[in-house]
Design a protein around this ligand. Structure first.
Ligand code: SF4
Length: 215
């Protein structure tokens, strides 16, 4: 008996390709059709000569995404600090998917998921209410305090994902703001910022000399 061969087709990639024209911007990356494949480069290198850009394989883009041009680690891959000076040729759709996932992990899947109505968004309260251990303290932030943390962490100068989740009193990012990559729930960087802010609030309220504050 011969086994049937199943060709797995990623619906997110299929949808993305159907909507991608000759040129598409994906946060800080410019994608251009290149024959039957694609060329990727930093948007700021749009007009750079190919020969002046370092050629990187699709699976080599992870190393590009890990550090800024100055060598600093990038904990948030959607930070607007993607280094320039590289060029990647993706000969087919599978290679393009690899390249995109190295640069912006999970973004293609989130972009596709966000097309659902309603999109699968986890708002701040829902997210923090399921935290335990050292992150449970984030639940103690008021809405206003949480909004301050969100402004400070998710600002376009620090993250290019379009935030779709909210806390009461704070609007989600509007369409056309930041990039087409959605943020469907608070990330680890946001959670850590919320933990620190809650901890600081707790310490402010503690009697002088008290050491009863906890994470
Ligand atoms: S939670 Fe904020 S900082 Fe984190 S990925 Fe989303 S928008 Fe960016």
């Amino acid at each position: 008996m011969s086994a049937a061969v199943t060709v797995f087709e990623n619906p997110a990639l299929k949808c993305f390709l159907a909507e991608t024209g000759a040129e598409t911007q994906w946060a800080q990356v410019l994608l251009r059709r290149n024959g039957s494949g694609w060329e990727l480069r930093h948007i700021s290198d749009r007009d750079g000569a190919a020969a002046e850009l370092r050629q990187v394989a699709p699976d080599g883009l992870r190393a590009v995404a890990q550090f800024t041009a100055g060598g600093a680690f990038r904990p948030l891959k959607a930070a607007p600090t993607l280094q320039r000076g590289w060029r990647c040729l993706a000969p087919d759709a599978a290679a393009l998917e690899t390249a995109l996932n190295q640069l912006y992990p999970g973004a293609l899947a989130d972009w596709f998921a966000a097309r659902a109505s309603p999109p699968p968004v986890t708002h701040f309260r829902e997210f923090t209410n399921r935290q335990s251990g050292m992150y449970r303290i984030a639940q103690s932030l008021t809405d206003a305090q949480a909004a301050v943390v969100i402004h400070a962490t998710c600002d376009a100068r620090l993250c290019l994902k379009r935030r779709l989740w909210t806390v009461d009193g704070l609007e989600a990012d509007g369409a056309g703001e930041k990039s087409v990559i959605p943020c469907l729930e608070p990330c680890a960087v946001l959670l850590e910022a919320a933990r620190k802010a809650a901890r600081a609030e707790q310490q402010k309220k503690a009697p002088a000399g008290s050491s009863q504050t906890k994470d």
